[in-house]
Design a protein around this ligand. Structure first.
Ligand SMILES: [Zn+2]
Length: 276
């Protein structure tokens, strides 16, 4: 179930890249002696674009939401996001903790896990949270996929999530937060918005709940987008994942700051309405 396609605008870095290519080819055609410089410029250009894809919060490869809009921040809103679920053991416990605190969150789910656990995905939505797209398979090679494969990953997850929850996501986050320049036009085609975060805590690799809570707690402020994980995609192998011990402390910090947790669709809904 694809969303409504939006117009794709080439990000400044892609426009600059096109200029580099044209100038390099022009220079090389003008004088064969310029060939090495032209090739060097193109190689450097590709290297820089690839490097930008490894900086999750970079906006060079296209619009990247790292904070809530100013209006939501001014109203004291904060977004909790959870990646890599649904997980049959962790997600229900995360949902219990959120419910006990009266908090809402956005879950960036892996499509094939939603297909495996549709009941958990629908429980997420029933709890007032939103389910967003974190690709279909959480493939390690996601950042190297050509446009056709990216599109297939995004679409398969859109379908699985819409089937389970009745709502197709409006937001996407790449596995490991790593992207390539093809992703942005594909997102536009599928009507999805790219989201990273303002603060994360590496809770899948750190099994120290106090450090995770402190790292996330330091990022608690109006307009923040916090990232934790409720799944085991990236090596969360500990018996008691740190998210379960850290989350109550994070929720307490949010309460202390008198902030209100909101889902991404709510935070970005046009004034006066929610877009579901
Ligand atoms: Zn992930």
């Amino acid at each position: 179930m694809p969303g409504k396609a939006r117009r794709w605008r080439a990000p400044a870095a892609i426009k600059a890249s096109a200029v580099v290519h044209v100038a390099a080819v022009g220079a090389a055609v003008g004088s064969p002696a310029h060939w090495p410089f032209a090739l060097g410029a193109i190689a450097l250009n590709h290297g820089l674009l690839a490097a930008a894809g490894f900086v999750p919060r970079s906006g060079l490869l296209g619009p990247n939401i790292t904070r809530l809009p100013a209006r939501a921040a001014a109203a004291g809103a904060i977004a909790l996001t959870f990646d890599d679920g649904p997980d049959p053991e962790i997600t229900p416990r995360v949902l219990d903790l959120l419910e006990a605190a009266g908090a809402r969150a956005s879950f960036f789910c892996v499509g094939e896990r939603v297909a495996r656990h549709p009941g958990i995905a629908s429980r997420i939505v029933a709890g007032g949270h939103s389910v967003e797209n974190h690709s279909h398979r959480h493939a390690t090679g996601f950042a190297w996929m050509p446009p056709r494969h990216l599109r297939r990953e995004l679409r398969a997850a859109q379908h699985a999530i819409a089937d389970a929850t009745g709502r197709a996501p409006g937001y996407f986050r790449a596995p490991f937060g790593i992207r390539n320049p093809w992703l942005d036009p594909v997102l536009a085609m599928e009507g999805l918005h790219y989201v990273s975060w303002s603060t994360r805590a590496f809770d899948t690799v750190r099994n120290d709940a106090r450090r995770v809570a402190r790292a996330i707690g330091n990022g608690v402020r109006a307009g923040a987008v916090l990232l934790l994980h409720d799944g085991r995609a990236t090596g969360l192998r500990h018996a008691q994942p740190s998210v379960l011990d850290a989350l109550p402390e994070v929720l307490a910090r949010i309460r202390e700051h008198e902030l209100e947790t909101v889902t991404l669709p709510e935070a970005f809904a046009p004034a006066g309405g929610r877009d579901g």
